[in-house]
Design a binder for this molecule. Sequence first.
Ligand code: PLP
Length: 368
Amino acid sequence: MKWKEQILNLRAYQPGKSIEEVKRQYQLDSIVKLASNENPFGYSPNVDTALKEFHSSFILYPDGGAFKLREATASLLGVNKDQLIFANGTDELVQIISRAMLEHGKNTVMATPTFPQYKHAAIVEGAEVREVELVNGSHDLNKMLAVIDENTAIVWVCSPNNPTGSYIPEDELRSFLESVPEDVLVVLDEAYFEYVNDSYNSLAFLNQFPNLIIMRTFSKMYGLASFRVGYGVSSATNIKRLEPVRLPFNTNVLGQLVASAAITDQDFVKSCRQRNSEEREKYYTFCQENELHYYPSQGNFILIDFGRDGDEVAQFLLSKGLIVRSGKSLGFPTSARITIGLEESNERVRSAIKELLEKGVELQEDFS
Ligand SMILES: *Cc1c(COP(=O)(O)O)cnc(C)c1O
């Protein structure tokens, strides 16, 4: 059959092991999943209230325009309602933007390693992918500028970057935006924005730079990953171009309901940011004490370099009931990306790592 040539070598997304799977495999009772940066502190109690009070019919299609969620989001962000597009997670927004702009003959610029869906979507559309190596875990914005040419349609910047957690400083982002040609779309992926301490207001750039779109999600800090809701904020003109490319009913009735309930609870957001930040600090101290390299992170995860095969590290932690993400598939073969969890989970992780490090020493001694 006549498949697009470029999809023949693509692999489907490989989800991490589920809690049930690990329970069965290792006969363990207590499993903690720290592999996908979900929120271990849960979600706002407003969500449960909204779900309890929900009694609409499931027969009807959802509101394709997500009216209530649109109003709540516009009001929190201080933007107009026509500056928003909602999607089945930001994953879908990546796809929508790519479908709207990319095709054979065009190219798209991104960092590497970064969130893999930008590249994946670009390949499906047949566009050329130009990847620019991170420097010390951060975007090399100057080099990214240098590879933009007249066929570049989209530049992706992920801040905080997944998997390193680095956050682009405001002045760097501003001068980057000033230098990107006006006809190139800059997508700023802020999936972890809510976790950033002392964040700047990136939305303020939208007035000055009509070629900017900012993506955020309800999957991470808001703790609603299973409902699949993300959104983009840009100029009304850009949103108008993107809207026809999305599916008519891409967000569902429950997703819209819980997201609009969650977004009104900014106290929850603040408290999670604080708790995450405290727990992240403990990892820093631990890494310093044990001479492990890590990237300072503004997200709810930390990438630690163990100086040995990342799959082995992940496998060892798995045998202790701790599901983390090996850095191997993330472009950091000797690292693991660990979601910051509840205090007791993090302690479990650190004592398991400690055990691994001690074991490692023994192994080396056995060798000599
Ligand atoms: C998790 C994540 C997303 C996807 O989030 P969804 O809204 O659940 O699709 C997008 N970008 C980055 C950087 C992420 O880590």
